[in-house]
Design a protein around this ligand. Structure first.
Ligand SMILES: *[C@@H]1O[C@H](CO)[C@@H](O)[C@H](O)[C@H]1NC(C)=O
Length: 148
């Protein structure tokens, strides 16, 4: 009798634990490499990438990976643009530098999404802004709260 009780509680406990664990998995912050295996580089369509990778959730970590500059290679950087207009026109006047040309190497530059509902505009300003205006190195995400 005593054994049977213990088993019953054990099974319920296990089910509760399993349910709790599944919620944890849903709510877990993800690590997302910007551009996937392409990394952060001119010529790749990040608008398209963001579209296909969305939805983005609060506390997701974006990782920008790019090689440091060399004699033959102009490295990108990462800026936060203040609004849709500056994003559309690649205007970096009021932009905030997040990562310099050298900060994308190794593990890459990490940025955690914490602004719920608000669009976050990213772009590279390198090559006098042409990484953004011609190289398609811009995208935005709108972090959503977790579904649970
Ligand atoms: C990039 O992708 C977006 C979304 O799919 C698309 O609208 C746009 O035309 C693409 N840009 C280029 C230059 O291919």
């Amino acid at each position: 009798m005593r054994m049977k009780m213990a088993f019953t509680f054990g099974a319920q406990g296990f089910i509760l634990l399993a349910i709790a664990a599944s919620f944890l998995v849903i709510g877990e912050a993800r690590t997302i490499v910007v551009g996937g295996s392409e990394g952060w580089r001119p010529g790749f369509n990040y608008t398209d990438w963001a579209l296909k990778t969305s939805p983005f959730y609060l506390n997701d970590k974006l990782v920008f990976k790019y090689a440091p500059p060399s004699d033959t290679y102009v490295a990108p950087n990462v800026y936060l643009l203040p609004n849709l207009y500056s994003y559309r026109t690649c205007n970096f006047n009021s932009a905030k530098l997040l990562a310099t040309e050298t900060q994308g190497s190794g593990e890459g530059f990490e940025f955690v999404l914490i602004n719920k509902w608000r669009p976050v505009y990213f772009a590279s300003a390198a090559e006098h802004g042409s990484h953004c205006s011609e190289g398609q190195m811009k995208f935005f995400v709108i972090p959503l709260p977790h579904p649970n």
